[in-house]
Design a protein around this ligand. Sequence first.
Ligand code: FAD
Ligand code: THG
Length: 840
Amino acid sequence: MVSRPRLVIIGAGIVGCALADELTGRGWTDVTVVDQGPLFAAGGSSSHAPGLVFQTNPSKTMTEFASYTVRKYSELALAGRACFDQVGGLEVATTEERWTDLHRKQGWAESWGVEGRLVDADQCVELWPLLDRGKVLGGFHVPTDGLAAAVSCGEAQARRAVERGARFLPHHTVVGVEQGGGRVTGVAVEVRRPESREVEYRVLAAEVVVCAAGFWGPAIGRLAGLTVPLLPLAHQYAKARTPGVPDGPILRHQDRDLYFRGHGDRIGIGSYAHRPMPVRQDEIGPKGTVMPSVQAFTEEDFDPAWRDAVELLPALKESTYEDGINGIFSFTPDGFPLIGEAPHLDGFWLAEAVWVTHSAGVARAVAELLVDGRSSFDLHECELSRFEPVQLSPAFVEERGKQNFVEVYDVIHPLQPMESPRPMRTSPFYVRQLELGGYFLEAAGWERPHWFEANLPLLEDLVLRHHSQAAEQPEAEQPEAEQPEAELPEEARGMAVERLLGVAQRDQWASRYWSPVAAAESYATRENVALYDMTSLKRIEVGGPGSVAFLQYLTTNNVDKKPGSVTYSLLLDASGGVRSDLTVARLAEDRFQIGANGNLDLDWLTRHAPGGVYVRDITPGTCCVGVWGPQTRELLQPLTDMDLSHEGFRYFSLKTGYVGHVPVTAMRVSYVGELGWELYTSADLGLKLWDTLWATGLPIAGGRAAFNSLRLEKGYRLWGVDMTPEHSPYEAGLAFAVKDGKDFLGRDALSTELTRKLVPLLSAEVVMGKEPVRHAGRTVGYVTSAAYGHTIQRPIAYAWLPIELTTPGTHVEISYFGRRVPAEVATEPLFDPKMEKIRR
Ligand code: FAD
Ligand code: THG
């Protein structure tokens, strides 16, 4: 690509303007921004957004987007007037559940570097005198939140861009995306100036086109042959005149899906309490309407919200609302923006589904990607290519978009699934898993069992057995070991359960979507043998004459070993950040099977593949079951001619053969850290394979809850949670997967000098993830994954900490719902450090 390409941005809303500023600030000055409307109230969502900026979000990336937006807009002025009013932000709780959740929220803010504090009801009223003191339990106050004047923020950034050479063209409607040879070459525009009746058609040539068209994104996407998975939804906003409007913080009343801000002597009220109101592209106001993003206000939808507003702010009783709008903006299936380049059209980029709150951060990320080829933000949650094909259907986008609207202010458990549309993707083992009482949650469209109710009796056995072991020790009180379960004294039973299951170490809300049955499944895996459905593991085939050289260049480890070898290897980006961790299995000289983390990997490999190398998603149509545990050989050897001895089938190697009637590829790999194999076959034979294994009478089925606990005991990282592109392999503790003296993408950017590290903590309670970690009263890091380690009988939390605090034995505190949970840095792995269970 030319070093300073011609670039067209579609849309002069706040995102397009911010992007023009970020790009021209980096020296890309040949920027043309087109909008169908006038400047700068162009008629999109930005034109009427009340501009509340609440920074705190469970996502680190989204919080960082918002913090950057606040920093940037705080310095902007237009015609001598500040564009950002840093009034602070206050979220109030009127229910116990919300009040508890605000404690968790304060933790996210702290983890991601935003200062915020919990305040009591009196302090809430001090900040917002119109609040009904009796209704409020407390609040969360962030002094740096505030109000962005969206149109002014856009214009101020646009002016700066223009000074550096950018052009802004109003009344230019994009009607075509020009392409040639798989690249974008420009946009076709229709020009209708208000002062003339003439219509002019032009082509603006460009090497790069960025679509920042807000909720018109799907229509522009269609011009480029690209699905843009967002749903335009109308959302209600109105104003009410009342004396004593505070110029205090922006206010959220999330228990009733409401937010408020001051407008001089009026209060603005936004509501998410109404039914979702999707808007089809052809229902959006026609070109030439002053405000196509605004639809007629529907009072009947707003009335309940008004009653709730009056209840919280009784002064409103004397008033009524006016100037109501149903304003349109974008919702995606998972609530994150859409950032990235079209998979089939080079040079065509999206910066879509972005709130005012995140606008400058997203613009910066896109500019960094374009100019430097990498971003300083971890974008994995936002990349366009995160969606599976089944998640791009209009029906799915509509259903999930609506659901996201409904849930936008709900208290959401990190594991809480969307209820519909489900099920979508099921493995061939699904029917058996249903019979076993599987409890399913969804990932990448797959139904995945988290535990099986059928294993409940194992839990009873386990409790009894551990209780009797405790009783055999000299200091044990009574020998109830022989007694049947029903007669086990409650207290003794309680102790056994507590120690075994970690039940007492985890509170009720946190224990949702989890079952103590996971303990029994963990034990069965460590002591006997269990089947784990690994079908949802993304499988990618890479082949062709150049495939060895390609994978050698793209991944960090040496994968050029003889066919039959499996290698754990990493994908890095140009700045040395971990983009993924993979298992690379060499099936033949020129053919590899890659075990990956998701669609982002497929996209990354496909984009980088040179001619002569093919990359194919083989996940659909195949399946995988992990057979793991010390009894695996007893189970499997009688079913197969493959030599399963330690010498005959090396750790991290593969063979093809038969298990009963079923042709399989067997890989000696285990994410749970036990002896065993992953068995792959085609989907049509999956059920036969499962039934063949099951008929031995040896295995139980294990779910993701046990799986997660087992992998944390072994210290196996989960990409996207434990490490992301923000982290180098050395920081993430993955140096063993980086081959010395080998050239690969990202190598030059790697430094072995460490300032922080991912380490295991042993804590006094089971936490959930994303909690801040403190040392000597200072916030020093945050938790990534957490679980109870059933076999080590301790709660585990992995955390990022500054290097000076990573020595084993260092005492820290995890802030959990506002409580201090003691924890200690431990040595990893916490289980089987000599690999005696795996290599035998
Ligand atoms: P837009 O502002 O919609 O800009 C897109 C531009 O693309 C438009 O100007 C349009 O004319 C142009 N365009 C479209 N198609 C074409 C074409 N074919 N050719 C040329 N130009 C085209 N967010 C917050 O963070 N805080 C809030 O408090 C908040 N409150 C909101 C309240 C309401 C009532 C609504 C509706 C939204 C609110 N939002 C809020 C969301 C926020 O307004 C949007 O997410 C944001 O403004 C989107 O900015 P944008 O630049 O992506 O899109
Ligand atoms: N199975 C397969 N592919 C995968 C995963 C899997 N790809 C994605 C993800 N999971 C990769 N994650 C891991 C993490 C750890 C290990 C395997 C996959 C692992 N590590 C050993 C260790 O760290 O000691 C061995 C490493 C080595 O010897 O190089 O087993 O679950 N197919």
